[in-house]
Design a protein around this ligand. Sequence first.
Ligand code: AOF
Ligand code: ZN
Length: 357
Amino acid sequence: MSRALQLARRGLYTTDPNPRVGCVVVRDGRIVGEGWHERAGGPHAEVHALRAAGERARGATAYVTLEPCSHHGRTPPCSEALIEAGVGRVVAGMEDPNPRVAGQGLARLEASGIATEAGVLAAESAALNPGFIQRMRSGRPFVRCKLAMSLDGRTALASGESQWITGPAARADVHRLRARSSAILTGSGTLLGDDPSLTARIEGLDGSAVLQPLRVVLDTRLVTPPSAKLLALPGHTLVLTGSDDSGRRRALEAAGAEVAVLPVRDDRLDPVDVLTLLGQREINEVMLEAGPTLAGAVLRAGLVDELVIYLAPHLLGDQARGLFHLPGLDTMADRVALTIEDIRAVGPDWRIRARVK
Ligand code: AOF
Ligand code: ZN
């Protein structure tokens, strides 16, 4: 299963909106076939592994990081392929949370006399696909909020200047996080202030090895200029607004953006509406790269799942800006509680990964 997890990770940047899945076929203690899911529409991990194993799959054990599917999607069901290949046993990392599968893949195998087991390296298997799992269960994507700050917890000078807080190694790490995300979410404030590209660029990997994440701009009043840099870059940009200004909308569309209108509540777009819309578009992992107002609003709505904070070895002082605007946080009881999952050095900076409790 460890090997199957390794194989699944090869699909980290390309399987969207499908999950990353790996499979290993073992006979008499030897690996006779391996495979992983590379892209949606292409064969599933099991099909690749069974093809590699050929006749040697008969009586073998298949280890799969996700329960084999039972449905006709873009491809025929893997449970049927395993039955036809004559495997004797199937071990799954976890059940498929997709309601079209949800235990039926394993049940189908059992019904034809194949022994099954689920939950082997379950936590590791789930960690491959936090977004897919959350979207299948809640309809909304997994949200990872990325922040860069000084050692004294500041993210920009009072002037807004923030380039660069962290060094090149941390910025390269951010590109890997962007590349595994289905969408990058930012606000019009960041767009106007920084004119960011929000693309995923990984050294040593060409364009086709990374699906460009959807760039999503929250722009209540439709102030995004058609000259914004990201509109001209490879990939797709979605501007979400509450404005019905058709002139500005046409100008943005002419510049390559897609514009969609959402309801405005208290002068803002509601993070729940935004993430529900993204879930409907099969967005699995969202990377939130925003200023304190939007980051604070999404955090407050309880919709941030993970924080990735890069901590740089310098001080910006108490006139500089903090990470989250959280009005009304007046007592210690209102603190946002976190669990730190890991801390590691990235060049001269430190990366902290934390879960919101
Ligand atoms: C597997 N093995 O390698 C993957 C699975 O539209 P399709 O045919 O590509 O099916 C996509 C669904 O299949 C996806 O939502 C998930 O439930 C499952 N993914 N299943 O047996 C695989 N990638
Ligand atoms: Zn399948």
